[in-house]
Design a protein around this ligand. Sequence first.
Ligand code: MG
Length: 383
Amino acid sequence: MKKREFLKYGGLALGALVATTPAVMASMGDKKKPVRRSAGSSLKLSFLPYDLKLRHVFTIASNSRTTTPDVLTMIECDGVKGYGEASLPPYLVETQASVSEFLSKVNLGQFNDPFLLEDILEYVDGVMPGNHAAKASIDLALHDLVGKLMGQPCYRILGLNPLKTPNTSFTIGIDTPDVVRQKTKEADIYKVLKVKVGRDNDKEMIETIRSVTDKPLFVDANQGWTDKQKALDMIFWLKERGVLFIEQPMAKDKKDDIAWITQNSPLPIIADEALQGVEDLLSMKGIYSGINIKLMKCGGMHNALKMIRIARELDMKILFGCMTETSCAVSAAAQLSPLVDWADLDGNLLIGNDVYEGVTVTDGKLVLPDRPGLGLIEKVKLF
Ligand code: MG
């Protein structure tokens, strides 16, 4: 997208705002006080591969797993540290090796002003094509850093109302009825559940959950359905059982079949695997009724904000999703969540070795921390 179009859609609000903010000042002693920057300190990027350990074996239509590879990043400027990460579930093309290779090629030392987000992220985007999660790991760390230097949470810098965060769903993976019942009971505090379907036991999954709770459900088929008429029949059946929308009903290349389902469906049909970043968004209109934005797919908060603005122009619904990832990336997504219809931001809750504290959930609703940047507290000192 050309810069003029990008600005038309709202562009990078954080970049625009910081560019007009009075010079940063004072010290970091008070968490809300901006930091007075010494001129000329260049940005320093560090990164560390880190394996996320899942609390439960996680099964979706295509695979099961117990760990998710991840790379944690840190950008330091004037003694202040901003944190990011790249989460790398195995069905995506990026790996710890590819992210490490990409980050090794990035020379942030040429920049001495982290507030020039547009310039820095444009440079990072041009280092190599693709590498969306690797790029997100830099984008997140920069947003965290800028917020800390300004002494304000990102949501506040962006002008977003923290009281407008949505409820987040909690995901129930495909499993035996006993385990599904147990996981559903464990999800007691959540007001909405996300159910993974797309195998031959879909009705059993839903009925098992309905034997425990009548909470509204998000349903994600992860491309698992293969026949459009059967998929539509299932969607009507699901609507009668309190389902709010269907994510990725069929393989992403079955565009005609999915468009037919969307036209005939009583529920919104949301694109997930079909959609990576902003470049795919315009082609989703007419095939899907909404999109699932994930920071690791789109390259970070800068692009996510752009996608939110464009999706609204296209009158499409917006779900903000995540991978299994630490509280760093989940908190970054949560900063933007006042702008979306639904949130599926439970990735940090599915892992047992989170390194940060950040966004929390109270009575099912996302609660943004009143702390600068992404609002993170390190539980483990890794940098
Ligand atoms: Mg999905």
